[in-house]
Design a protein around this ligand. Structure first.
Ligand code: G4P
Length: 525
């Protein structure tokens, strides 16, 4: 198969949801379709959970929540599908945001009873920023749900994206009878089953006289009415609008019962984008360029508890990545070759000889890589788009054991390179401040420092509201601002100036006073 065909058959995407909406279950079912796992079981079965999800870290096993992001690749109908799994827990949202930078598209799972929830809204903000194409899967139709039209309105309003239903449910909850596939003009009747697939029934459009035989007179009439409303309300779906991130196609189903999943997947491989071009600071890089380029979006430590190694996850942007070939690590200006690059299938790793745009390879790392690093065949390009977001919580980190200060410094450095949290160093007193998205990350850091670096830390409180990256249109104003607010100025890990505002009010005042400075909640502006 030629290089261009390899690119054309690749789909690399992430599944995101608010916790409990059904992301893990949907992932599991997709893996089942792809033959990547062979037994479907309820997600609550630990056995499946361990094989189907990114359950690598000890801490994750202890807490039963997904801390890590993993990659699952499989073949389906001559397409190479790469699912980038994301932690559902909101305390690890930053990890999810970064993974989204490596996704060419996204499937958002929404609980049909709950509608759009907080975490979904935040994740959608990131997709919107990046114009990532989004498909919505409305899950748990086998349970009592909100009205489907209300759900669509909710998505449009809350996620600020136009929607276009490509399937429509026939009833819901105990009376759920199935979905009409608007996209294919056929019918899928619902029978709860976890192991096997639902076969769509071919009917001759919505006016087929056989329809009432399948779903009953009343529901057939209601379905017709609803489809008329849909035709009136929503214009025909133009795939271009989906690809530009302006319209989200919507599917209804029940992941647990394997219902509506195949329709989703079949449509997905048809319409979802092939590996997209990526902006670098120097130029736009197209997937079908000859020369290899890629970037690190995730660093994962200790997947094998017997080894201390880290694995850097590299998304291939262009060209063909080859084993044992020298590549330029642009930040370090060093050539490196990789003898054991791996492809992932949950916990299974296989060594790959070559990988194509859209693929993710895992590279053995002894501490050379940071999130956002670029690899090339020699060209000095730097990929954009791995922003840091302002943390929500801040604490001073202090050394508990003077004999272990080196270990602590190394541990903090490496954990920050992995993107576990963000480090700010106060310009005022030189103290280290760790910023996180959730309280749990402080525990993860403490635990990992102790178990991986034999370093003991303690936390001391600091009251901060937000970290703001400063954009200056006037050097003198910046100087005077830094002088006035010297207690609140820190450097981030790239040495950029950050204003640590201790309250929303303080930030407002600063904005009012310094008109030529802009304060951003993300490091990319
Ligand atoms: P998440 O990754 O988004 O957090 O969600 P996950 O797939 O773990 O699903 C959360 C719960 O919802 C699971 O129940 C799962 O079985 C259930 N679920 C997922 N899809 C469906 C569906 O289509 N219909 C129904 N009825 N339930 C679904 P659990 O963790 O086992 O908890 P419990 O309900 O057994 O207590």
């Amino acid at each position: 198969m030629g290089f261009k065909e390899e690119i054309a058959r690749r789909r690399t995407f992430g599944i995101v949801s608010h916790p409990d909406a059904g992301k893990t279950t949907l992932t599991e079912k997709l893996l089942l379709f792809g033959g990547a796992i062979h037994v479907a079981g309820a997600v609550k079965s630990n056995k499946i959970k361990k094989t189907a999800t990114s359950d690598f870290m000890e801490i994750e096993r202890q807490r039963g929540i997904s801390v890590a992001t993993s990659v699952m690749g499989f073949e389906y109908k001559n397409h190479k599908i790469n699912i980038l799994d994301t932690p559902g827990h909101q305390d690890f949202a930053e990890d999810t945001f970064r993974t989204l930078t490596a996704c060419d598209s996204v499937i958002i799972v929404i609980d049909a009873a709950k509608g759009v929830e907080t975490q979904t809204r935040k994740l959608m903000n990131v997709c919107r920023m990046r114009k990532t194409p989004v498909i919505v899967f409305i899950n748990k139709m086998d349970r009592p749900t909100q009205d489907p039209f209300d759900l669509l309105d909710d998505i449009e309003k809350e996620l600020q994206i136009s929607v276009h239903p490509l399937s429509w449910p026939i009833n819901q909850g105990y009376d759920f009878k199935g979905v009409y596939n608007i996209y294919k003009n056929n019918l899928s009747l619902y029978t709860p089953r976890e192991q096997t697939l639902t076969e769509a029934i071919n009917i001759d459009g919505i006016n087929d006289p056989k329809l009432p035989e399948y779903v009953g007179e009343e529901d057939a009439e209601e379905l017709k009415d609803n489809l008329e409303i849909i035709t009136d309300l929503y214009e025909d779906l133009d795939i271009k609008d989906y690809l530009s991130g302006d319209v989200a196609p919507v599917f209804f189903g029940s992941a647990l019962n394997n219902f509506g999943v195949q329709e989703l997947l079949d449509c997905f491989i048809e319409i979802a984008p092939t590996p997209r071009p990526k902006e670098s600071e120097e130029r736009l890089i197209e997937a079908d360029e000859d020369k290899f380029t890629g970037f690190v979006f995730k660093i994962h430590a200790n997947m094998d508890p017997n080894h201390r190694d880290r694995i850097a996850f590299v998304k291939i942007v262009s060209g063909v990545f080859r084993r044992n070939t020298n590549y330029l690590h642009v930040r370090n200006n060093k050539k490196i070759k990789f003898s054991t690059p791996t492809a992932f299938m949950a916990e299974k790793k296989t060594i790959v000889d070559e990988a194509f745009p859209g693929d993710i390879v895992g590279i053995h790392d002894t501490g050379n890589f940071k999130i956002g690093d670029t690899l090339t065949e020699g060209e000095k390009v730097h990929f954009k788009g791995i922003p840091s977001f302002s943390p929500e919580l801040f604490k001073y980190i202090e050394n508990n054991d003077p004999m272990k200060s080196k270990q602590l410094a190394k541990g903090i450095d490496q954990l920050m390179d992995e993107g576990v949290a963000q480090l700010f160093v106060s310009e005022f007193n030189g103290r280290k401040i760790i910023g996180t998205v959730g309280a749990l990350q402080f525990e993860v850091i403490e635990y990992r420092l102790l178990h991986e670096y034999s370093a003991s830390c303690r936390w001391e409180p600091i009251r901060l509201h937000k970290a703001c990256w400063i954009e200056s249109l006037d050097d003198n104003e910046l100087k005077s601002f830094k002088k006035q607010k010297y207690q609140y100025i820190a450097k981030d890990k790239h040495g950029r100036d950050v204003f640590l505002a201790d309250s929303a009010y303080m930030l407002q005042m600063a904005q009012a006073e310094y008109k030529n400075l802009k304060f951003h909640f993300t490091s990319e502006f």
